[in-house]
Design a protein around this ligand. Structure first.
Ligand code: ZN
Ligand code: ZN
Length: 387
């Protein structure tokens, strides 16, 4: 079938809305008519080139035996929700007419990691940016004579998506598409970073650096976990104000200015947990983030860093003698198939704010405006609506 999709041809270019071709779903695959797609910083990381490996990083990956990735042309979008239009043979978990949200990892459910409750580490994650389907290793998405890479095996910036069954999660009919789309990436990642990733406890002091689409949900998660002080750090005043609305007790425009604030709030003990959720994880952020972390405390990296060999200034003596943990985590350590229905149930019962996360709505042909507004710090979440 043919439909419209937003395609990126290379680093530094604008997104182009083009006619793309999707092959019918094969064994274990579904065709979804998109209702809503969320615009996340990770999509923009291909425009800026942050997620495209530098030569030194590529050399390290090659030495480790990781096959090189063909990033372009890229069909964008990894947050979204829609309605199942058609299912291929063998599909059991959904049928035509079902509402679905998406997982940005097509977790298989049977590998060692999935079987251990860590679906975010599923071996299928290695194919997140492959042109081939995780199901049978062949290709379904095309732009003229070229094959498309679909962002995280999804490609939600299109009117339709052909997906592995593992990428879709059935949701209740009463859940609005916007809410379902939001839990696809940003909400689950942010919420999980606090509640699972750093294991926030009642009474804790936590710092969240960067309160955009992910960090704002770390604020919600921290409050739900019982944190006493939630300090939101963001250079944009609108985002600091929004963080207060979502439950932050204190705010700071920079990580440097947060250090004396946290010193004062904790009588010098510093924060029990620090979660880093900026648009891009800069290596320079780690030294002050660990200064914000108390002895025995945990600092969590949730944001995407540049794909380069990073030189990180760390006080190793402090790491050792103060028994600090520095941890990396994707999807907030949550298992989408379990956590998305749980979060949507919390939303329905009024314990999780989702509608309030949407700042602006766009049509697909306004994709570049949506990206510009996100870069400009004008959106908590921008949403693309389809007919
Ligand atoms: Zn995302
Ligand atoms: Zn797996």
């Amino acid at each position: 079938m043919k439909c419209q999709g937003a395609v990126l041809r290379g680093v530094g270019q604008d997104w182009e809305v083009r006619e793309i071709t999707l092959d019918p779903p094969k064994d274990g695959e579904v065709l979804v008519k998109m209702a809503v797609a969320g615009v996340c910083h990770s999509d923009d990381h291909f425009t800026t080139g942050d997620m495209v490996p530098t030569p030194d990083f590529a050399a390290v990956m090659e030495a480790a035996g990781v096959p090189p990735v063909e990033y372009f042309p890229l069909l964008g979008g990894h947050e979204g929700a829609g309605i199942v239009e058609e299912v291929g043979p063998g599909v059991r978990s959904v049928q035509p007419g079902d509402r679905v949200a998406f997982s940005f990892i097509a977790a298989c459910g049977s590998c060692r990691w999935c079987a251990s409750g860590m679906t975010y580490l599923c071996d299928n994650g290695a194919m997140m940016l492959a042109k081939e389907m995780t199901t049978d290793g062949t290709r379904r998405r095309h732009l003229g004579d070229e094959d498309l890479t679909a962002m995280t095996q999804l490609g939600t910036f299109a009117e339709y998506a052909v997906l592995a069954e593992e990428s879709v999660i059935k949701i209740d009919e009463s859940i609005p598409f916007e809410a379902a789309s939001l839990v696809s990436c940003g909400v689950t990642t942010g919420w999980g970073s606090e509640t699972v990733g750093v294991g926030t406890q009642p009474g804790d002091t936590v710092v969240i650096v960067g309160t955009g689409g992910v960090g704002i949900n770390a604020v919600q998660g921290a409050r739900a976990a019982g944190a006493n002080s939630v300090i939101a750090v963001d250079p944009v005043e609108f985002k600091r104000d929004t963080a207060k609305f979502f439950g932050a007790t204190d705010t700071s425009p920079s990580i440097e200015e947060a250090i004396p604030l946290v010193q004062e709030l904790t009588e010098g003990v510093m924060a029990d947990r620090v979660v880093l959720t900026p648009g891009v994880l800069d290596a320079e952020l780690l030294a002050p983030a660990l200064m914000l972390t108390r002895k025995g405390g945990t600092c969590l990296m949730t944001a995407v860093p540049k794909f380069e060999v990073n030189m990180v200034p760390l006080l190793l003596v402090d790491m050792l003698q103060s028994c600090k943990q520095l941890k990396g985590l994707i999807y907030g350590g949550m298992n989408p198939r379990a956590s998305m229905p749980m979060l949507l149930s919390m939303y329905r019962n009024g314990h999780l704010k989702l509608d309030e996360l949407v700042t602006r709505r766009y049509r697909l042909d306004q994709i570049n405006d949506a990206i510009r507004d996100m870069r400009g710090g004008r959106n908590i979440r921008g949403i693309i609506e389809f007919d």
